[in-house]
Design a protein around this ligand. Structure first.
Ligand code: 13P
Length: 250
């Protein structure tokens, strides 16, 4: 399976810079003939009807489980339908821990978007205090984040994003990732991404970890040249696994 590369813009990039970014990435995919699946999740205000290659998908970072209605500050599926968006992130740790989304609310959201046939990138991962308690606690915490989630859903991609690694510059080690991904893959046969301080220089090592099907990147993907380098590295890994340098100018 070709490695997946996804960029979560979070609350960065304006409508204008999002369009420039997407056009740039799209042009790169076209000219390089790279066929890996690439995802970009812009801010809600920057969503639009982008004309993109088949392997480039624009998704929503979040939406309320409704078509439309009285939900101040939220968007519903009419807003996504306007732009043909059929892909969504659910369960991101920033929504769980900063915005206070409970597992119950996440399940409602998941079931709603599943019923609408969306591609769901379902995020989960443990905070530092849980990691520090050991592997049994970490896995117990992770399984709880699957409570109520239909893991047989066809259009599902999973993303393991340890909370302590997100936006901290401290990625999980290859060993950490290998252990968790193996345990998850044993139970759930779905594409499984890793996210948390992935950088251009660490990407290849992470993609080489068994059971890592791709990456979901925040901070290091917001520079379009770096994101294109990541796509390049991922595409080369499918062909040969020789060590690439960080300066992937070829
Ligand atoms: P960073 O790459 O900034 O750690 O963010 C990862 C993430 O949350 C992707 O969804």
């Amino acid at each position: 399976m070709k490695k997946i590369v996804a960029s979560n813009f979070k609350a960065t990039h304006t409508r204008k810079s999002t369009k420039e970014f997407i056009d740039d990435v799209n042009g790169y995919l076209k000219e390089s003939e790279i066929s890996n699946d690439v995802f970009i999740f812009p801010a809600a205000t920057a969503l639009d009807s982008f004309e993109v290659n088949e392997n480039l998908t624009i998704g929503a970072q979040n939406a309320y489980p409704t078509k439309s209605g009285s939900f101040t500050g939220e968007i519903g599926t009419i807003h996504l339908d306007e732009f043909g968006i059929k892909t969504i992130l659910i369960g991101h740790s920033e929504r769980r821990h900063i915005l206070g989304e409970s597992q119950k609310e996440i399940v409602i959201k998941y079931n709603y978007f599943k019923a609408m046939g969306y591609k769901i990138i379902y995020c989960f991962g443990e905070p530092l205090e849980v990691k520090n308690c050991g592997m049994t606690e970490t896995l117990g915490y992770i399984w709880e984040q699957f409570d109520g989630i239909d893991l047989n859903y066809d259009n599902l991609i999973l993303a393991y994003e340890p909370v302590w690694a997100i936006g901290t510059g401290i990625s999980a080690t290859s060993e950490d990732i290998a252990i968790i991904h193996k345990k998850i893959k044993k139970k759930i046969n779905k594409p499984l991404l890793y996210g948390g301080s992935v950088k251009v220089c660490t990407l290849q090592d992470i993609l080489e970890v068994p059971n890592v099907d791709g990456v979901l990147v925040g901070t290091a993907s917001w520079d379009v040249d770096d994101f294109k380098k990541m796509i390049y590295i991922a595409s080369k890994m499918d062909k040969d696994s020789k060590k690439l340098t960080c300066n992937t100018e070829e």
